[in-house]
Design a protein around this ligand. Structure first.
Ligand code: ZN
Length: 90
């Protein structure tokens, strides 16, 4: 059984917290939630590709992992992949 639990946001100790606690503090919970929401918003608002497509772009090297939150770079990577496919299978 896993005995060491860590905050999912700052990796701080969860010793003394509730058994189902995921964060060491309310601030970490809020910040973590905000990050998730921000990511989803950025992608869905600016880019019409889904998570699988983004993962695929990263996998084939068109998109850098650290750029996945940048809608413009994601879109450029997507456009490059489309051009590449068109070239290959035209
Ligand atoms: Zn924390």
């Amino acid at each position: 059984m896993l005995s060491v639990r860590q905050c999912q946001h700052c990796s701080g100790s969860l010793a003394g917290k509730r058994a189902d606690a995921k964060f060491c503090s309310a601030a970490c919970r809020v910040n973590s939630h905000r990050q998730e929401v921000g990511r989803v918003d950025a992608i869905s608002a600016e880019v019409v590709i889904d998570r699988q497509m983004r993962d695929a772009l990263i996998e084939i090297g068109e998109l850098n992992m650290q750029d996945e939150h940048d809608p413009q770079l994601v879109r450029q990577a997507f456009a490059r992949m489309c051009q590449e496919l068109a070239r290959k299978y035209a």
